[in-house]
Design a protein around this ligand. Sequence first.
Ligand code: AVJ
Length: 324
Amino acid sequence: MDTIITKRSIPASSAFLTDVLKGLQQEEKFLSSKYFYDEKGDRIFQQIMEMDEYYLTNAEMEILQQQSPKLADLIAVDKQPFDLIELGAGDATKSIHLLKVLLKQQLDFTYLPIDISEHVIDDLEENLPKQLPELKMKGLNGDYFKMLQRAKELSNRRKVVLFMGANIGNMSLDDAKAFCQSLRNELSPNDLLIIGFDLKKNPRQILAAYNDAAGITRSFNLNLLHRINRELAGDFDVDAFDHYAFYDPESGACKSYLISLSEQQVNIGDETIQFKKNEPIYMEISQKYDLEDINQLAKNTGFTPVHRFFDHQEYFVDAVWRVD
Ligand code: AVJ
């Protein structure tokens, strides 16, 4: 009789596993920062947003707190009903300022927050109605583009898409262009996109935001190794990796790496990955833009820039683009 060899079972459907192995089996190793956000990662990101060095959150918060009436005027041009779709809604602490103004103006709209984290959507559905009882909302948990499709099935009203928080920064310039093009293809003429960009500024200030003194960003990166250990039967010795952040003022790319401090091997399920001493894993890009880059991106992807909202220090911009 044949012997049946049982392998440790790994769920075949795990895109997480496939992506992790694909990234770590390359010549130049990388992991995707979209996997930073498990429950622990969500909590560390909250801490990042509260750090002194992480200027982005306060800057965009100021824009929403102070300029939501003007933003609402641009959104509600014709006072017709619309759907307000937020990609990567998080806890909506910024967009709530806009929601309040839209409700106060008695506009007919439904808020459709999309997030790939299920517990983010659960929290929103529990907490937002407490703060804004009149708000019509439906949370959509999943991939941005699949959920955009869903939103279009739910209604054919005009779409206003919010993509704030400099989330587009986690894409390379080429990927950002492809993303905006795909978004454009899901939308119709006169729909709006409100999109947040972190601006190029003093390189020291940018680097400090991603290389904080307390090491919170470091633990944010290392948490992905812990997550692989927890969820994918990995055995990373997390202490054997160091975090390194680097900002290039010419390209505007701020990149994070984890550096293997020794020659070592790591098992992930049935696979073994070799690391040389000082070998980097490329973890994340946080791309910075100037105003010219932003207008070019709009024009190259089928949008017309309509307006720009800045914080008083001009660290950050929320750009309003109309679909051509
Ligand atoms: C959530 C993508 C806007 O790149 O600034 C913060 C994530 N990474 N610190 C950013 C992040 C390290 C953040 N975004």
